[in-house]
Design a protein around this ligand. Sequence first.
Ligand code: SF4
Length: 381
Amino acid sequence: MSASLQSKRSPIGLYIDFPFCIARCAFCAFHVQGFRSRQAKRYLCALQNEIELVAVSGVLEDYLITSIYLGGGTPTQYEPEIISELIAFCRKRFIVSDDAEISLEAHPVTLDREKLLKFRKSGINRLSLGVQSFSDQHLKALGRNHTAFEAETAFYDARSAGFNNIAIDLIYGLPDQTALDWYSTLQHAIALSPEHLSIYALSIEEGTLFGRLEKEGRLCLPAEEEVLNFYETARSQFAEAGYLHYEISNFAKAGKQCLHNLLYWDRGESMAFGLAAHSYFNQTHRENTEDLKQYIEALEADRLPSTHINKIDKREEKIDRIIFGLRKIGGIPLDFFEGDAQMSLTRDRLAQDGLLKIEKERVALSPKGFSLADEVALAFL
Ligand code: SF4
């Protein structure tokens, strides 16, 4: 299809979930489980069938897929040939843009140069490497099953396999983490010069190892103020290294922002496949079952595995656009609030409290608002 015909279609992102991991990290509350070949194979067939059912329904006929995000879980536990076939299947069943961003989440120990060469050859053009820390002591506490050296090796292997768009994820506010530990992890990450960096504050979730240790009083977490300082240190270190801060938790070199995630924050449409996947499409939220057995059995019987389908009205859509849009450092146009007295009042109150700034016809979080973004979102809800 010619580029001009492609440009007439509405953009949409595809998300594909792979819910298997090497072992559960101490902080992770996602719906993941150990990789067992038979089950992983059945899951893959179910996934393909879900894609096929959506394709046959024709709902994406007028759309152009501008990004595909292969996440999880750990998709790189699957062989590159399998991932490659899945991407080819999407290209066969939908109209995928010639220059679509195709991201793959990767765990360092599942990679080697040969595998990475094959992933690159399959059309994957963005690698998101789960590193979390460059301290072996913290990696061990997080239950990550890799060392800093292995993460670094995976990074260099990806570079030599032709990946020129690599993202690194880091977590801060870890048990026993000092300002110096965090600074050293940041310097390590910057020295590798990835195109993209994401930082997340550790959050302690029920049902995780850290959740249990915290209840037992065996987790020594940095104080809230210290955690805020960690965030500020990352912001200044990344700015100094030339990274653009474009979303609360995300930093990128020029032109290397994650297009798939930008689509979410702009409240664009996305179709998600896989266990517990959430889609937003045609003003409808659709959620898949979180139960692996149910997911597989539904698709083996040619039924879509959705458990919740909510049509949202114009006002809910507007609230979503405000809340998601404000996650971007550039914020949202002031006219998003036009004709809505209640929202405008909330906006002005948050601006008076110093959490929002209104400049040049745009509304954005202030630096004070970055760390209180959840409260800002709640105020609009
Ligand atoms: S690798 Fe990611 S998805 Fe898997 S257990 Fe760890 S944090 Fe969770």
